[in-house]
Design a protein around this ligand. Sequence first.
Ligand code: CP
Length: 292
Amino acid sequence: MAAGFKKQLVTENPSFEAKLSRKRIALCFFENSTRTRFSFEIAARHLGAGTLSFSASTSSVSKGETLNDTIRNLEAMKVDAFVLRHPSSGAADLITGITTKSVINAGDGSHEHPTQALLDMFTLREYFGKLENLRVIIIGDVLHSRVARSNIYGLLALGASVGICSPVTLMPPDAAKLGIALFTNLDDAIRWADTAIVLRLQLERATGGYLPSLEEYSVHYGLTDEKLDRVRKHLLVLHPGPINREIEISNHVADRIQPPGFSQSMLLEQVTNGIAVRMAVLQTLLAPDTSC
Ligand code: CP
């Protein structure tokens, strides 16, 4: 379904059937977002749904209203689905016990970000034609990354081989049990991989005890032309955004969208794909008997 939506999205005048014209979707963002929030909003509008945009800072949450009460009140306004981003791991799961409406996790703490993983996998499958046996290296702050966790589960389920590359302090404690390859040396990881998902170094969390310094992190784990040149490997590069330029990824690697070169960036393609994938998620949940 997402592939059909993507085909339309890249045409001059995309037109979609308003399959969700009677639906209202509450976009509940208790944490900041650019890509996820707006792509869900655009996806909903393409399908004819109405949206209620909710930010914690401009809502009654700022007066102390609980998540429970917020959801129950929005449900009383007859919304059909909740898209929830929340800083607490497990928040999306928690509200499934409060509402009978559909709940879509748009990122909960350091737990999961399923629609990001879906769009990453869609992007990889679109480029490579399949995910089976594809070697995907996830580079960086895996410990704090909800994107990494969802991608590891999704990619393994769909037959890809997954590796992670980070300093040991930024590897999840259960890494050895996940059935993935572990690297602390970036050259070795690049040599192993067909494609890389570079993670944002979560500067709000990953400083202090986790890393000696940002400069040192960047020297050892920042993806640059020099490192790709050293290994002489062409790599398809993904990053969920937002990016810390010249920390986890160089400007050249982030912005090189066309070959030739040692890498090809899919960063903006991922953003477009995010709309197609989120349209498919919304339609599947809210109009399950329809096609695109
Ligand atoms: N990738 C992602 O979740 O970006 P936003 O935080 O901007 O939504």
